[in-house]
Design a protein around this ligand. Structure first.
Ligand SMILES: [Zn+2]
Length: 315
């Protein structure tokens, strides 16, 4: 007997593959989109990026991202190991405006910049990082913690180089990608980020690319990378494949209002377009958890009482 899923699954899979190759051709790499609280606002909806205005070519499954992390419902898992990042700044190649965010891309043809440990059994290679942000400091992150929104969120995207030979292959498969998420708060200027901020005026318009080298992405991580939440989810931009092990760090980093203002001076639009649109609110609507478990590597409260870190959150 031919079941519905036996017919539909290969079709969906074929469609997803087409989208991936299309995404690669147009250099739309995994980024994600908008937030529950922010998107419930009519004002933000009216500003939504064209990517989310039409019906989605591939309907989402049961493991979509981003989500709200409910701290009290996360399960402490003492088996979760510390993350091990080994980033070689020499693998940094270029920065480009893809019309939705700006991507800092790394040479991923060798295992020179990798992520291991944490919830991961395999070694994952860094291919790019990017951010999501709001038009004001009141929202912008894709994930939230107990519904708390942050002004921006950094995503460091890695693919499983133990199991797959290319990003395009890994993006379709279970356990194919690992993305580290870092929340940004507005406060003091971030010295490490400034080199990147200085490069942004050169890629103001969609599709502009400039050389950008010797940037250590490790400088954007907070001092504490041992405390994180992890869950199985998806890309938050098309093709939305459910191939991602998400690792959301508990500790945020601080950037200045002026640095975020330069993010907001970028444009969704190319130089040829008549009406220019500011690159803001480039986040995806939050997705239901649908029975998934969010695990944490740390004990809330108890850890806070003994932590020497300057993290003010009471998780
Ligand atoms: Zn992203």
């Amino acid at each position: 007997m031919v079941t519905f899923s036996a017919v539909v699954r290969p079709m969906v899979s074929h469609l997803q593959r087409q989208l991936v190759s299309q995404a690669k051709r147009h250099r739309i790499t995994p980024v994600r989109r908008c937030n529950l609280t922010a998107c419930s606002s009519k004002y933000v909806l009216s500003q939504m990026h064209p990517m989310w205005q039409g019906p989605l070519a591939v309907p989402g499954g049961d493991r979509q991202s981003p989500i709200d992390i409910i701290v009290q419902r996360s399960i402490i898992d003492s088996e979760l190991k510390p993350l091990v990042t080994e980033y070689d700044p020499h693998t940094c190649q270029q920065i480009w405006n893809n019309g939705y965010s700006f991507l800092v891309e790394y040479d991923d043809t060798t295992d020179k910049s990798t992520l291991k440990g944490g919830p991961l059994q395999d070694k994952f290679r860094l291919c790019q990082f990017h951010f999501h942000w709001g038009e004001t400091n009141a929202w912008g992150s894709e994930h939230t913690v107990d519904r708390r929104l942050f002004p921006a969120e950094l995503h460091l995207v890695h693919w499983n180089s133990d199991k797959y030979s290319l990003f395009e292959e890994a993006v379709m498969e279970d356990n194919g990608l690992a993305v580290i998420g870092v929340f940004l708060k507005v406060g003091k200027r971030h010295e490490g980020l400034q080199k990147l901020v200085d490069a942004l005026p050169a890629i103001r318009h969609k599709d502009s690319v400039v050389e950008f080298t010797r940037f250590d992405p490790g400088c954007l991580l907070p001092s504490n990378i041992e405390d994180y939440w992890t869950y199985h989810g998806s890309l938050t931009t098309p093709p939305l494949t459910e191939s991602v092990t998400w690792i959301i760090l508990k500790q945020h980093i601080e950037v200045s209002h002026d640095q975020l203002a330069v993010f907001r001076s970028l444009l969704f639009t190319s130089a040829e377009e008549e009406v220019q649109k500011s690159m803001v609110n480039n986040f995806r609507v939050q997705q239901p958890l649908r029975g998934r478990t969010v695990r944490s590597s740390f004990t809330p409260f108890l850890h806070e009482a003994t932590s020497a870190e300057g993290d003010k959150h009471n998780y």
